[in-house]
Design a protein around this ligand. Sequence first.
Ligand SMILES: [Zn+2]
Length: 482
Amino acid sequence: MWSADEVAGLCYTHYSTKLPKQGKPDPNREWTLLAAVVKVESAPEREACLNVGNLQVTKEVVAMGTGTKCIGHTRMRKTGDILNDSHAEVIAKRSFQRYLVHQLWLAASHQQGSIFSPGTEIGKWKLKPHITFIFFCSHTPCGDASIIPMTKPEDQPCELVSRKDPTRHSADCSGNHDPVGPENKRKTEETASDYVTKRMKTVISDSTCEVTERIAAQYVPGNQQNIQDTNTSRSEFITDGQREILTCAKETGLIGAKVMDVYRTGAKCVLGERDDARRPGVEYHHVGLLRVKPGRGDRTCSMSCSDKLARWNVLGCQGALLMHFLQHPVYFSAVVVGKCPYSQEVMRRAVIERCQHISFLPDGFHVQEVKMLQSNLQFKHSRHAIQTGHANGKAKLVPCGAAISWSAVPEQPLDVTSNGFKQGTTKKGIGSHQTRSRICKVELFHVFQRLVASMSQENLPESLRFVSSSMDEDLKVKFETE
Ligand SMILES: [Zn+2]
């Protein structure tokens, strides 16, 4: 029905042809990340029967986002008029919510072409059965999915690496994997993708783990754990961190390969939880943990994109407000990642397996078996593409500060922001209506309220009937006229 390359190609073409120059990186010195939601619609069964062997499938980008930044917690606002998290994945998901609101409005006002059809309860809608959504991102999401075992160059998931020039390797492959160290503290507001991992330049021999099937683990408590090599009766000592990476490498099919190091993420473990060991080499990170995005000396409250994808994979990506109108959550059926360091198993761990124990979910919710695929096509404004485009490959590159949001909606589909506000916002302008992004919390709340206001009481879902009837008249007028 579709391939990963087809999805990536569609998104790259959309980026090139439908997004303005404003907000895109200056390819002489900047790079960015891209994410999108692609609607896949197969012809309804009746039509499919008439076209046997020629199943009609349409693919269409319905939401897109670019961006690399995230604000620290001191800049967050109770008014909800700033974008806290402008990583491309989050911009794309919020743009998708705008699209969903529009589609619900089409359905509720009995117009043609909505993706929704009436559900079994009053005021509730469900996705038409032949429609699915694929989530695309040009890089492996920051956080847990980015902690990928790094083996010898020939074992790398992406070819890019010259052993003679490990610096080049990190530049090529580091993607959204940034070092977390004092030397880079200044830069940490920039996205995970922003860094060339200095620590990755050297492979520290004492932390290099040889992963072989001969290792069978019999752990004893303590900092150092005793591993019995069952084949040779030789004992080795490994630490918790090494054990995690060994398990991870084993699951990743790297048995027999030398795990030299791991790709790193700048996302920090959430407060109050276990922290990274930060030992050299493979023991730098602990895997499977919840993480927050880095901030410039100011901790952020935004979870890593891996964690958010995991959340959407259980709760859907529609959010709590739209859930009032939906019979079932809206899940992504697949995640496609562009060409970059990638591990299928690590993605599975980060997005699916960490949530598999969750039970007692409300009706309609489940841990989705989302498909994971990687494309072989590289995003032209990715860090790696921009870097290799420079003759000497040594140009100083920075992540683009702007974020572009695009939604398949008729009114003002585009929205370009930087630092969480419309691009060009001055300090004085902050707080005014004109400086808000269309996808910030308060604006998405307003489109939701307009949707509620457009419906008559008897057509509203039960959960909204009281809210709507008690809505302050002034507020109602405001939303109808705004
Ligand atoms: Zn991210």
